[in-house]
Design a protein around this ligand. Sequence first.
Ligand code: ADP
Ligand code: MG
Length: 142
Amino acid sequence: MESRTFHTHSEEETIALGRGLAHELADSVVLLIGNLGAGKTTLAKGIVQGRTGAAPEEVSSPTFTLVHQYGGDRPVYHVDLYRLDEVREVESLGLADLFAGGDLVLLEWAERFPALLPRERTEIRMRVLADDSREIIVSRLR
Ligand code: ADP
Ligand code: MG
């Protein structure tokens, strides 16, 4: 497994890291893993900006609508499964179709539903080290 570790020291740095990662994320399915406040949505803002040009303020947490789509030609989907408890609820979102579509899909809290995930994916683990410091480990599974 290839994996790389980054450290950021501000929200802006995490967004910039996301912009950089946007161009090299080979797999279409990317899990953002970490506690509340770790910076998953913040990193997603950068990845979405890098792929679609959308401003970070346009990217919000998909907690209530569950799936957000950004960009037209080469869309990026941002999904948050925090509020779902059952596999059938998650299946009803049409994740399998999203995964099969080949577009970039960023997922928060998807590790709670391992049976629904493709084996080939990227996992990004985020950890709070201090107020503004985050450890970010990017791993490719296949
Ligand atoms: P999550 O989606 O993991 O719950 P968010 O991205 O919504 O987390 O929130 C992260 C919070 O932490 C934001 O309030 C952000 O300003 C703050 N923060 C402080 N330092 C960082 C950093 N280095 N990277 C990302 N967020 C940071
Ligand atoms: Mg979030």
